[in-house]
Design a protein around this ligand. Structure first.
Ligand code: PRP
Ligand code: MN
Ligand code: MG
Length: 186
């Protein structure tokens, strides 16, 4: 059928689970960033959904911005080369920057952003990711805050895509293997 949830093998985190993660992280970030006027940067496109829920759980005066970076190459294999597609507008000099990600996988994306913002003079650069997938980690990055650790499975929904689809599924699910197989020769 044409229902997007048909591509889900099983639910990994329900909407309630995600809401609980956002509340827990929001409390922690409220305590850590109170009075710091942080620049909270969402990484397009995957982090948009998490970003909007997370910052509404933070009782902190902040500024919000977005940046888009992409790994070269296609499909599952990340080459390690990262390109800046859309930059933030804010000057980060002396600012406490919190990068918001849906998932940290190899770490290439996070490493690139951390290096860039540190070079520009940010006072601190930390990362809050909804999911932390360490199985394929290549770069030595610290995910300072995260909602949950995930295994090396292909997860979609709540911003996470497969071929730029399925981001709008309201929960996080594991993609059916047959969906991957049916696209592997295209
Ligand atoms: C995904 C995800 C993270 C990044 C993590 O983004 O949203 O930003 O990959 O992978 P890494 O740790 O191996 O670098 P993607 O580049 O697919 O863009 P998207 O957010 O637009 O889906
Ligand atoms: Mn992303
Ligand atoms: Mg993606």
């Amino acid at each position: 059928s044409d229902n997007i949830t048909d591509i889900i093998d099983h639910v990994l985190y329900s909407q309630e689970d995600i809401q609980a993660m956002c509340k827990r992280l929001g409390k922690q970030l409220t305590a850590d960033y109170a009075g710091k006027n942080p620049l909270v940067v969402g990484v397009l496109k995957g982090a948009v959904f998490f970003m909007t829920d997370l910052v509404r759980e933070m009782d902190v005066v902040m500024q919000n911005d977005f940046m888009d970076v992409s790994s070269y190459g296609d499909g599952f294999e990340s080459s390690g080369k990262v390109r800046l597609d859309i930059d933030i507008q804010a000057d980060v000099k002396g600012r406490d920057v919190l990068l918001v990600e849906d998932i940290v996988d190899t770490g290439h994306t996070l490493k690139f952003m951390e290096d860039l913002l540190t070079k520009r003079g940010a006072k601190s650069v930390k990362c809050c990711a909804l999911l932390n997938k360490t199985a394929r980690r290549v770069d030595n990055v610290t995910v300072d805050y995260y909602g949950a650790m995930v295994k090396n499975e292909f997860v979609v929904g709540y911003g996470l895509d497969y071929l730029n689809k399925y981001r709008n599924i309201p929960f996080i699910g594991v993609l059916k293997q047959e969906v991957i197989d049916s696209n592997s020769n295209k």
